[in-house]
Design a protein around this ligand. Structure first.
Ligand code: FES
Length: 171
């Protein structure tokens, strides 16, 4: 019994020593103010000329890259005015062609104006701002903000979603 009491006493002393150390540490260490992480969503987009209206044929994809050469995309003249469409007829749209799910390259289907993924079969509606309409992706397709000048030159000036695999859209 005496041995048992000694063990309890040793345990109590070690506990008190630990508590004293913790209290001393709490007093000695200054509290560091939390640093706000920089926002990765705030990026500057280049204004890149991608094509001229004369280069586009109705319902045929025109391959481009934006915002840099490692980001494949496509311009489409859909033939009917759509939300977010640019140009004199409001029917020109542009999208990244990298699937937001796992980065497979997308193919355009002219019959229903969708971009389709061969990886896990996600489908994106080009007439509805790249909205995902089927498949594994949990994000919509990044769409270009387009501007068409008086000469018909088409400029991309931004993206509405994060490109697959990037921390920000401009490297
Ligand atoms: Fe496109 Fe998975 S990579 S659906």
């Amino acid at each position: 019994m005496d041995r048992c009491n000694r063990l309890v006493d040793v345990g109590r002393r070690q506990f008190l020593r630990g508590s004293a150390f913790a209290a001393a540490t709490a007093v000695a260490l200054p509290t560091m103010p939390a640093k706000a992480a920089p926002s990765l969503a705030l990026v500057e987009y280049p204004s890149n000329k991608l094509a001229n209206v004369a280069n586009l044929k109705p319902n045929e994809p025109f391959d481009v890259t934006y915002p840099d050469g490692d980001a494949p995309g496509v311009l489409l003249k859909l033939g009917t005015k759509v939300e977010g469409g640019a140009g004199p007829d409001g029917d020109i749209v542009g999208f990244s062609t990298i699937c937001p799910h796992k980065g497979f390259p997308l193919n355009f289907n002219a019959d229903d104006r969708t971009l389709n993924c061969p990886g896990h079969y996600s489908r994106f509606d080009c007439e509805a701002g790249g909205q995902q309409i089927w498949g594994q992706s949990t994000a919509n397709l990044p769409q270009y903000a387009l501007r068409v000048d008086d000469k018909g030159d088409i400029y991309a000036e931004g993206l509405d979603e994060l490109l697959y695999g990037r921390l920000s859209n401009v490297l």
